[in-house]
Design a protein around this ligand. Sequence first.
Ligand code: ZN
Length: 298
Amino acid sequence: MEKLEFVEVSPRDGLQNEPNIVSTADKLALINHIIAARFRRLEAGSFVNPKKVPQMADGDAVFAGLPQRDDVTFIALALNLRGVERALAAGAKEINYVFCASDGFSVRNNGGTVEETFAVWPEVAAAAKAGGARLSAIVSTAFGCPFDGEVPVRRVVEVAERCVAQDIFELGLGDTIGVAAPSDVHERFRAVKAAIPAHVQLRAHFHNTRNTALANAVAAVEEGVRILDGSLGGIGGCPFAPGAAGNVPTEDLIYMFNRMGFDTGIDLDAAVEGAHFIGGVLGRTTPGMVSRAPKWPS
Ligand code: ZN
């Protein structure tokens, strides 16, 4: 069976937009649910401006409280050199660095134009290497921007090429606001794959704002992508992307790809338990479907 890897992003992308602060203890409990469901890579938190994203202000405490597991990779997200330095100081061994494909989003999310944010990229890569962390990059708004509108494919390819100018092991394309359709996914992953070195693995990050995320995930896998992000329960959003809804629900991805014959490595029942747990913490029904459906096969 062909393997797929799932990166669980609920502790970071899933929670970052929640207005009520989730306690560090609940974040760590969520992370334990994620590990129990046999995820082996997860976004544990981000190191960004706590005034802009108060929900992520306890990144240091979350990293300090992580279980000691050599077999689990805890990813820290950063948007600038200061964030990378804080992530390294917190003990992060993998850093996911964010670039944007559009200036409108880049200015609001990363505090500068795309051009400006790349100025520090060599320093970021050097800092990660010196700190003993492996480095990946994600191109957000790769399918559309809430401020600039449509993002040309060639623009995404250009940004991807600049990302791989430094030593990264993985490159993600993010549909930050959930506007992509499968045809976009085919086109963009194919174009980026052709433009970057073969050793850089591709990762896909979808939001389900317009209910296209599962279809988009299938399209990405058809293009050879083997690493997919998801968020238990389908929670998630972005403080700087108006109208963006949740990430694709991980347990819905797992159910679908299990049924399609892929080896996901995930315990679906435990993933559903994790979705119920975070729904309980947030005090609402989460948008994912599989966690609310009868177990199948029963
Ligand atoms: Zn996202």
